[in-house]
Ligand binder design. Structure first.
Ligand SMILES: Nc1ncnc2c1ncn2[C@@H]1O[C@H](COP(=O)(O)OP(=O)(O)OP(=O)(O)O)[C@@H](O)[C@H]1O
Ligand SMILES: [Mg+2]
Length: 369
């Protein structure tokens, strides 16, 4: 029997638990040609939501994750356009529209997966090429209407002269009228930096949509049904216990359910006791990642991280926290927390610091408590 839980990737179809209100809101904005910025913590379901809300339209889905230069940004836009066009039987139209960028498209004969590289004739691609690729999306849209999702958009900041690149992207997009863009990203501070830039009137005109973790009765019902169709029952208080552990983000809850299912047999009831075994499974898979993280931080940062795991992330300057961490100088705590945030090991939610990966937090707790 196949494990019915999916995590760590975009979910669609049966793996996707509907979020009718958000989907309707977003789909409505897209059909009126409105640009939207999706804000939300990591793994709450931003990408899945965007893909879902746009599923009835031709969607050009571009992922900017870890792109390093203008060439990569351009290539990803073109590749996404070719993929969408191929899917819609419009590859010829797209090839014509993008001809000046000289795309070389390959199609895997077995999987049908599409690849695209740009034949630059040896010259380096620049910000001009990004601008050109976006203009071509506009041309394509005039022929056949599309929706563009620019995911992990904050990673454009990684490229050289990113400010200039963003300004140029902005100036193209603002003249593309009713072509709707979704800008989504998981590094909130960076996304805010881009979209609250005072020079950026256009980005201000994009509507912001907050995506919180999928939770509540409908998500619990969805998870319970997944267990039930694979002949597992749910014990009293299971979901509450998961929440109490600090595992509240959509993808993390699915990961824990995946691990609980993994350790169970048909006919069994999954209850609070099953959580421990599930955590062991997750630790087994992720331990080397945790160990690397611990080895790569300073002794003070490690002490602070340990205290965050044990004491929790509220009141980091309290005497309890100082006692727990053994770091008594306020400036040292601030510096350590900043570094841990930069490393994306923790993030701040209102007045609380939280582990980006809650399972890492639980693992640290077992070692420091
Ligand atoms: N609507 C949903 N129904 C069921 N599970 C979901 C849903 N949305 C998200 N998930 C869970 O969360 C995981 C991450 O989803 P997704 O990649 O869409 O989130 P994200 O916010 O884009 O994450 P990231 O910050 O890593 O880009 C999925 O693999 C799945 O386990
Ligand atoms: Mg995503």
């Amino acid at each position: 029997m196949k494990n019915p839980f999916a995590y760590g990737r975009v979910v669609e179809g049966d793996d996707y638990c509907p979020r009718p209100k958000l989907e309707k809101l977003l789909a409505g904005m897209l059909s009126s040609g409105q640009n939207v910025v999706l804000y939300g913590e990591r793994r709450v379901g931003k990408t899945s939501l965007a893909v879902r809300a746009a599923r009835k339209r031709r969607t050009v889905y571009v992922d900017f994750l870890a792109c390093n230069d203008a060439g990569e940004v351009t290539e990803r836009i073109v590749k996404a356009a070719m993929k969408a066009a191929n899917h819609a039987g419009l590859l010829d139209t797209a090839l014509k529209a993008f001809a000046s960028l000289r795309p070389k498209v390959t199609i895997d004969p077995d999987t049908g997966a599409i690849g695209a590289t740009l034949d630059t004739g040896g010259s380096k691609m620049t910000i001009d090429s990004i601008e050109e690729a976006l203009e071509k999306l506009g041309e394509l849209h005039k022929k056949k209407s599309i929706v563009v999702i620019l995911d992990e958009f904050q990673d454009v900041l990684r490229i050289k002269e990113s400010k200039r690149a963003l300004a140029r992207m902005r100036s193209v997009i603002q003249f593309q009228g009713n072509l709707p863009y979704v800008f989504s990203g998981s590094a909130r501070d960076k996304m805010e930096m881009i979209f609250s830039d005072p020079d950026s009137l256009f980005f201000k005109s994009a509507i912001t949509l907050e995506v919180a973790a999928h939770s509540g009765a409908s998500f619990r019902k969805f998870l319970t049904r997944k267990f039930a169709v694979t002949k597992r029952a749910i014990g009293e208080g299971l979901f509450e216990a998961i929440e109490d552990m600090g595992v509240t983000v959509t993808g993390d809850v699915q990961q824990l359910c995946w691990a609980m299912w993994f350790a169970s047999e048909p006919g069994e009831t999954i209850d609070v006791v099953s959580i421990e075994g599930a955590l062991d499974t997750i630790f087994q898979i992720e331990r080397s990642k945790y160990e690397d993280a611990v080895l790569n931080i300073s002794a003070t940062q490690l002490k602070v991280l340990g205290a965050l795991a044990v004491h929790g992330g509220k009141g980091i300057y309290s005497s309890d926290f100082k006692l727990s961490s053994g770091v008594t100088v306020v400036g040292s705590i601030t510096k350590a927390v900043q570094r841990l945030e930069d490393l994306r090991i923790i993030y701040r939610q209102r007045d609380e610091y939280r582990f980006a990966n809650p399972f890492f937090g639980v693992w640290m707790r077992t070692r420091f408590a």
